[in-house]
Design a protein around this ligand. Structure first.
Ligand code: HEC
Length: 174
């Protein structure tokens, strides 16, 4: 009895103290936002991807509660770095540097194997291919996003195609 109470009080104290550690929940200005011509594609991207791949994301309440907030912020920062609908130029550039992304790696392997005729490294086309692949493989949105945003995360194959085509239209010529 005595020990359980102590342990509980200790846990509560730790929980309270970690709330004081500052967490950077930023929404930087949109440097180079994608301009979708198809509003349906825009809506799909916004509900399924923007939570982690745009600077305009709203932070859910659990983004304010440590230790969940640490993981949350980390995923958004990492997500924005890989693909940021608010900064297409940077996304294309990061994709060119790439190499660490698993999809990027798989693509490089395919290319050396002699298949694939994809665009030049670091093109919008390459970025869009990655987006398409991430969804087809079921890697994006990540499984944990379904836990809290099931309806937002769930996409039909048709919706995936609309998003990909919407990106092609929006980024034509880049
Ligand atoms: C809940 C957060 C979250 C959501 C929602 C999300 N992503 Fe991601 N995404 C990430 C994180 C974190 C990474 C970087 C780590 C990784 O590659 O798994 C990432 C990486 C990526 C990458 C780069 C993959 C690589 O291997 O480098 C692509 C492409 C991508 N996401 C596309 C999408 C698309 C398209 C959507 C919407 C259909 C989406 N993501 C939704 C968190 C998210």
């Amino acid at each position: 009895m005595f020990t359980i109470k102590r342990v509980l009080m200790g846990l509560i104290a730790v929980f309270a103290v970690i709330q004081l550690i500052p967490v950077q929940r930023t929404n930087p200005p949109e440097a180079d936002p994608i301009v979708f011509t198809n509003p349906q594609a825009a809506a799909i991207a916004q509900r399924a991807c923007y939570a982690c791949h745009a600077n305009t994301n709203s932070w859910d309440w659990y983004a304010y509660i440590a230790p969940v907030s640490w993981i949350y912020v980390d995923h958004v920062m990492e997500g924005r770095q890989k693909l940021n609908f608010s900064d297409i130029a940077a996304s294309i550039a990061n994709n060119a540097e790439g190499g660490e992304g698993m999809i990027q790696r798989a693509r490089a392997e395919e290319e050396t194997a002699g298949g694939e005729t994809g665009g030049a490294a670091g093109s919008a086309a390459e970025l869009i291919d990655e987006v398409a692949e991430s969804m087809q493989k079921g890697e994006m949105p990540p499984s944990y996003y379904y836990l809290t945003h099931y309806a937002d995360a769930t996409m039909t194959a048709e919706e995936q195609a609309i998003l990909v085509q919407g990106m092609r239209d929006a980024l034509a010529g880049r």
